[in-house]
Design a protein around this ligand. Structure first.
Ligand code: ADP
Length: 473
C-alpha cells in the first residue's frame, strides 16, 4: 500500500529532481548569456581600436586602402593593428591559409589553436563581422573575424582578432558552483523542514489508524494526544469521544445485565423457598399457606412486570430510532396524563399547581407519554401526603423545559446521577415495596436522550425537582 508518507516522499523526490534540472538549465543559460555579452562587448571595443590602428598603419606606411595587397598585411602590420587591443591577430587568405600572425607583446605567437580557422570563417568571407566563442582543450577563445578589401575593392583576406578568456570563464564557473551549492543547501533544508512538518501531521493519522484497528478487534485504544486544532485535531478529538462513549456503553450494558440477573434472582429464590415449604410433609398451617401463596403470586406478578418493562426498553431503543417523529403538543398530552392520575392525587390529598404553555415538539407520542407518566407517577408516589406538586412547562429559546417539584422522599446527593440508572432506588426495600422496580427514570432518560434532550434532578432535603428539556419542533 502506498502510504501518505511514501506518497509525499515520492512527491518531494519528483519536486527535488525536477527543480534541480530546471534550476540547472536556467542557471547555465543566465551565466552563459552574461559571459557571452561581456565578451562580445569587449571584442567590439577591440574591433573599433583595431580598425583605427589599421588606418594609422596605412597612413604611416604611405599605403592606401585602394592599392592594398595581400603582402602588405605582414606580421609587422598585424602587430601594429593589435597594439593596445591585447589580442593576437591572424590574417587568413580567402582559401583559409595563415598568411601572417602577430601579437602585441614580445612573446611569440602560439600557433596551433590560434591558427585554426574560426567557426564562422565562411560568414566573415561574406563581409560579416562575426564573433565566435570557442571552447577546446580547457581554453576559451573569442575570435572576431572581419573581411579586408584591397586593390580594386577586391577581397584579399580575413583578419581574425583572438583573445583568451579562459580565466574569465573559470571565474564564471566558480561563481556558478557557489550558487549551486548555496541553492542546493537551501533547497535541501527546505525539503527536510517540509518532511519534518509532514511527519508531524501524519503521526496522529497513524495513531488514529492503529486506534481504529484496535477498536475493530474489540480492544479500547489509549487516548490520542493531538494538540493541534486543525481537521486532524478535531478528528482525533471525535475519535477519543467515540472511544469513551463506546467504553461507557459497554460498562452500562454490563451493569444492566448484572442488575437484571440480580433482580430476578431475589423473587425467584423467594418463590422457590415458599413453594418448597408448602410442599413439605405435614404442613397444615392454613394461615401461613395463604400468606405464602399470596407472596408467590405477588412476586411472580412483579417479576412479570419487570420482564415486560425490560422488554419495552429493548423495544424502545430500536423503535426510537426507527419511527418517524410527529409534532406532539406536549401541554395537551400533559393534561391527559394528569386527568388519569386525578384519583391518586385526590387520595393522597395533594395540591397540584401548574404553570404551563402550549409547546410543540417533534417526537414519538407513545414514548413521550411514557416519559411524562413516569415522572408524574413518581412525583405522586414519593410525595408526602397533603403536600404540593408544582409542574411547569415553558418555552426557552429553541427548547422546551418541563419540571416537576415535589416534597417527600429525600434523594441523597450521591444518588443524583445514579438514580437514572436501571434498578436504582433510594430505599432498597426489595420486593416488599410494590410498584417499584427502579426502571422508571432509566426509561425516561433513554426517551429524553433519544429525542435530543437532557434530563436531571435537583434535590435539597425533602424537595426534589426533576427537569427535562426537549428541542422545539
Ligand atoms: P421506581 O420508582 O420504580 O423505584 P424510578 O427509576 O422511577 O424507579 O425511580 C428510582 C428512584 O428514584 C425511586 O425508587 C425513588 O427512590 C427515587 N425517586 C424517583 N422520583 C422521585 C421523586 N419525585 N421524589 C423523590 N424520589 C424519587
Amino acid at each position: 500500500m502506498l502510504t501518505i508518507r511514501k506518497k509525499f516522499i515520492l512527491l518531494l523526490g519528483v519536486v527535488f529532481i525536477g527543480g534541480a534540472v530546471i534550476f540547472n538549465l536556467v542557471l547555465n543559460k543566465v551565466f552563459y548569456e552574461g559571459f557571452k555579452s561581456s565578451i562580445t562587448k569587449n571584442m567590439e571595443d577591440n574591433y573599433r581600436v583595431s580598425i583605427k590602428n589599421f588606418d594609422d598603419y596605412i597612413a604611416f606606411n604611405s599605403l592606401s586602402r585602394e592599392t592594398l595587397k595581400e603582402s602588405d598585411i605582414n606580421s609587422k602590420a598585424i602587430k601594429f593593428i593589435v597594439d593596445r587591443v591585447s589580442c593576437r591577430g591572424v590574417f587568413f587568405s580567402l582559401d583559409g591559409k595563415v598568411l601572417a600572425t602577430g601579437s602585441p607583446s614580445l612573446e611569440e605567437v602560439d600557433l596551433g589553436e590560434i591558427t585554426k580557422l574560426p567557426n564562422s570563417f565562411e560568414k566573415a568571407k561574406d563581409n560579416n563581422t562575426v564573433i565566435d566563442i570557442e571552447n577546446s582543450k580547457g581554453r576559451v577563445l573569442a575570435k572576431l573575424s572581419y573581411l579586408i578589401y584591397g586593390e580594386g575593392n577586391e577581397k584579399i583576406g580575413v583578419l581574425v582578432l583572438i583573445k583568451d578568456y579562459t580565466e574569465l570563464y573559470l571565474n564564471n564557473e566558480n561563481t556558478k558552483k557557489i550558487v549551486y551549492v548555496v541553492a542546493f543547501s537551501v533547497f535541501s533544508i527546505l525539503l527536510i523542514l517540509i518532511y519534518i512538518l509532514l511527519s508531524r501531521l501524519i503521526k496522529p493519522l497513524s495513531l488514529l489508524k492503529e486506534g481504529a484497528e484496535n477498536l475493530a478487534n474489540g480492544k479500547y485504544p489509549k487516548e490520542i494526544m493531538v494538540k493541534t486544532k486543525d481537521e486532524i485535531g478535531v478528528l482525533s478529538l471525535a475519535f477519543n469521544n467515540m472511544n469513551l462513549s463506546l467504553q461507557k456503553k459497554e460498562r452500562q450494558e454490563k451493569d444492566l445485565f448484572r442488575n437484571i440477573t440480580h433482580e430476578l434472582k431475589t423473587p425467584l429464590s423467594a418463590i422457590g423457598g415458599y413453594a418448597q415449604v408448602l410442599r413439605g410433609d405435614g404442613f397444615d398451617d392454613e394461615e401461613f399457606k395463604n400468606k405464602a401463596l399470596d407472596r408467590i403470586i405477588s412476586e411472580s406478578k412483579r417479576m412479570n412486570e419487570m420482564v415486560v418493562a425490560l422488554l419495552s426498553i429493548g423495544q424502545q431503543n430500536s423503535d426510537l430510532e426507527e419511527y418517524a417523529y410527529t409534532k406532539v403538543e406536549l401541554e395537551r398530552l400533559l393534561e391527559k396524563i394528569l386527568l388519569g392520575e386525578e384519583i391518586k392525587i385526590k387520595e393522597k390529598g395533594l395540591r397540584l399547581e401548574k404553570n404551563t404553555e402550549e409547546v410543540l415538539v417533534l417526537g414519538n407520542l407513545f414514548y413521550l407519554r411514557i416519559l411524562l407518566s413516569n415522572l408524574i407517577s413518581n412525583g405522586i408516589k414519593y410525595s408526602n401526603r397533603e403536600s404540593k406538586i408544582e409542574i411547569t412547562l415553558r418555552k426557552e429559546e429553541n427548547l422546551c423545559r418541563f419540571s416537576i417539584k415535589t416534597v417527600g422522599e429525600e434523594i441523597p446527593l450521591d444518588f443524583k446521577e445514579k438514580i437514572f440508572e436501571a434498578f436504582v432506588r433510594v430505599k432498597k426495600e426489595g420486593f416488599a415495596s410494590k410498584e417499584s422496580n427502579g426502571l422508571g427514570l432509566y426509561i425516561a432518560k433513554n426517551i429524553v436522550e433519544a429525542h435530543g434532550g437532557e434530563i436531571w434532578v435537583e434535590a435539597l432535603g425533602e424537595v426534589s425537582i426533576f427537569y427535562f428539556t426537549l428541542p422545539l419542533a
